[in-house]
Design a protein around this ligand. Sequence first.
Ligand code: DX5
Ligand code: ZN
Length: 223
Amino acid sequence: MNILSPSVLSADFAQLGEGLQAIASGGAKYIHLDVMDGHFVPNISFGIPVIASLRKEAEKLGLNLIFDTHLMIADPAKYIKDFANAGSDIITFHIEACESPDHAVQIAKNIHSLGKKAGIAINPHTSINAISSIAHIFDMALVMSVVPGFGGQGFIAETLEKTRYLRKNFPNLDIQMDGGISHENLQIVLDAGANIIVVGSAIFGKSDVTTETKSYVSAMRQI
Ligand code: DX5
Ligand code: ZN
């Protein structure tokens, strides 16, 4: 099934509660939460308390959103429990932040022991070999289609090759693509085999977030 995961990175952070409501009204089932620490990426966004507050707000509003947390942080192992307790349903961390593939597997096991889904993210310029031997441990692979750190960047088309490879070799794996996705390239992203699609600025950069969300939800159903 194809799923839209709107990223709040480009939202007005003073109105994140309204943002939740707006994407849920547009039919989104997921919310993508980009955590940046200023070390792994050269930008700082938000962290554990903001996610915990959003979880409470979602509950208060009766919204059943899946919290899809993307950790762009240097030491993910240290904070897995905190992000799980804050209300993340899926916790994705970067292979580039791990000492070895075995280290990534250990972190995934920790995530699973907390009853959450585990995702492994791979940067545009990292070879697929870095995750091909461990992808089966994960619920989701996140193929970054921009260099992580900022919303609103251009889509790097070469990354589609990694998605095609993963889809061919792991037919049942959830494959997420993240960065620079809009109506202009949604079709090629889905054709490559991605089924969880992150859209940030193309939704939250627009004035009517609900209408934009609806347009992506319906485009993904039709394709
Ligand atoms: C980039 C983030 C993305 C970003 C996507 O580091 O991981 O989730 O918010 O935003 P757009 O869709 O604007 O590229
Ligand atoms: Zn992201």
